[in-house]
Design a protein. Structure first.
Ligand code: FE
Length: 213
C-alpha cells in the first residue's frame, strides 16, 4: 500500500479503461476516512473493478466505448451483468472520490438556491442524506441528483447508478462496508455523518449542477 501523503502509482497499461488519479493524498480525508481505508478502497477495490472491466471487454464492442457508454449500454441486460457491474462500479468510484474533499466548501449560488427551494435549506438536506445513507440496506450508494429539474436524494443497490435513469448525479456516498468497516466497524452512521458534515465537495456538486441549467 502507498504511504499516506504519496500518490499511488497508476496502472494504465492493461486496457482501454484507466484508474483515474485520486484528487488528494490517501491520508487527506482522515480522521473521517483513514489513509488505510482510502488506500485499500482506491488501490484494491476501485482498481479491481477497472482491471476486471478491461478483462471482460477484451475483443467486444464495449472496448471502444467510453465508460459512460458501457454503463448505459449494459444496464438492465442480464447477459451483460458482469460488464455492467464492473463498469458502473468503476464510474461510481471515480465519481465518489470527486464527491469528497478535505477542503471546506459551500454550494454555489444556483445550487444553494435550489437546495433552499427543494429541501428548505442545507440542514434539512444533510439530515435526510445521513438518514438515507445510514438506513440503506446492504451494499450500495446514496446520491444527490437532479431529475426533472428538481434536486432529489436517492439510494441505489450494489453497482446501480442514477445515471441510467436519466438523472444528473451531483454527489455520492459509497455505503459498501469496504468504505468504512476498517475505521468504524458496523457503525455506518459515524462514517456517513462525518462525510456529510466535513467531506462533501460542494464545489464539485455545484459544477455538476450548473451543467443542468
Ligand atoms: Fe467502494
Amino acid at each position: 500500500m502507498t504511504k499516506p501523503g504519496l500518490k499511488p502509482k497508476l496502472d494504465i497499461e492493461s486496457g482501454p479503461f484507466i484508474l483515474p488519479p485520486l484528487p488528494y493524498d490517501e491520508g487527506a480525508l482522515a480522521p473521517i476516512i483513514s489513509a488505510r481505508t482510502v488506500g485499500l478502497h482506491y488501490g484494491k477495490h476501485h482498481k479491481g473493478y477497472v482491471d476486471k472491466l478491461n478483462d471482460l471487454v477484451k475483443e467486444t464492442p464495449f472496448a471502444t466505448m467510453s465508460l459512460e457508454e458501457v454503463v448505459e449500454n449494459t444496464a438492465g441486460q442480464a447477459k451483460h451483468s458482469k460488464i455492467f457491474n464492473n463498469a458502473a462500479q468503476a464510474w461510481n468510484h471515480a465519481f465518489y472520490w470527486n464527491s469528497l474533499s478535505p477542503d471546506a466548501s459551500m454550494p454555489g449560488a444556483a445550487l444553494g438556491k435550489a437546495i433552499d427551494r427543494d429541501f428548505g435549506g442545507m440542514d434539512t438536506l444533510k439530515k435526510h442524506l445521513v438518514a438515507l445513507a445510514t438506513d440503506h440496506f446492504a451494499s450500495g450508494w446514496a446520491w444527490l441528483i437532479v431529475q426533472d429539474k428538481k434536486l432529489a436524494l436517492i439510494d441505489t443497490p450494489d453497482a446501480h447508478t442514477p445515471m441510467t435513469e436519466g438523472a444528473t448525479c451531483l454527489l455520492t456516498i459509497d455505503v459498501w462496508e469496504h468504505a468504512y468497516y476498517l475505521d468504524r466497524q458496523n457503525v455506518r452512521k459515524d462514517y456517513v455523518a462525518g462525510v456529510v458534515d466535513r467531506l462533501l465537495n460542494w464545489t464539485a456538486a455545484s459544477a455538476n449542477f450548473d451543467k443542468t441549467l
